[in-house]
Design a protein around this ligand. Sequence first.
Ligand code: KG4
Ligand code: ZN
Length: 345
Amino acid sequence: MTIVLGIESSCDETGIGIVRIESDGALTLLADEVASSVDQHARFGGVVPEVASRAHLEALVPSVTRAFEAAALELSDVDAIAVTCGPGLAGALLVGVSAAKAYAAALNVPLYGANHLPGHVAADTLEHGPLPSPCLALLVSGGHTQLLRVDDLATKITEVGSTIDDAAGEAYDKVARILGLPYPGGPPIDKAARRGNPDAIRFPRGLTGPRDAKYDFSFSGLKTAVARWVEAREGQEIPVDDVAASFQEAVADVLTAKAVRAATELGIDTMVVSGGVAANSRLSTLAAARCAEAGITLRVPRPRLCTDNGAMIAALGAHLVKAQVRPSSLDLSANPGLPVGTVTV
Ligand code: KG4
Ligand code: ZN
């Protein structure tokens, strides 16, 4: 049995996860502590990097302490450490990377600089077990929207498509601001949309024309369309629930249509949807219906594992340990632009 500590600090969540690799290779989640600085960013309508870095600095050691209490383990029980080294905010990443290096040096255990994006996919293995090979991952977060072919979580991930402008979560956050809803925009839009009519307004579906890149996404035109629609009704009461529902329908429609098309055309029969936007109720319902229709097995981790957390990094670390991938060196650095195919550095 091997204990893996995971540290996540790429954006506004300080996440500490502890995962045990059982003798049969199964992963058991022992602790998942998340300290969020989201309240400190809310009044700015987006994450303020310097505020996030300081919050990580303050939250990191207490979160580690809480995680070990929850797992009923000691630091000396740790066999390997994984830390998000990119992509993300440089200053925020550096806090986690520095802490992980210090723990690894002090405990004399291997250190893995881990990629945040495959981490989101690895989160699902904590809930639903090993992934079949290959599978298709739809990664939808505040910073990324990507379709990935995953042959092996630890060693072989290939980008199939991605957004050419805004990420899906970013579109949620911007539309929430237009509608006067709080930051982050995903949860309040999800809630408002449940009361609204998704067919009230036909918002554009980006990059769905016959000559458009079939696996790429674009959400900036959709965001602009919502802004124009609202501006055109200045002085009138805006039907927020209907706008939210119609916007959400456009996002979920494009994401699921393109993902199902990619899986079908690439001959892949399992799809994983993860990242913060995977917590969206309409996205998971529509993905379930369309995957069932296409004969694709759908896997979506529970909402807590979809948004940023340390458990997903511990899980990715566990896959790296199991695959006997070479650990990172202690001069590991943060890489804000780490490409998705580089699972570990
Ligand atoms: O994966 P994540 O926690 O952080 C990044 O790596 O970016 O994703 C955060 C994003 C935010 O844009 C937030 O608005 C969105 O996920 N989000 C949602 C929901 N919950 C969070 N979007 C739609 N519906 C939700 N229920
Ligand atoms: Zn994320």
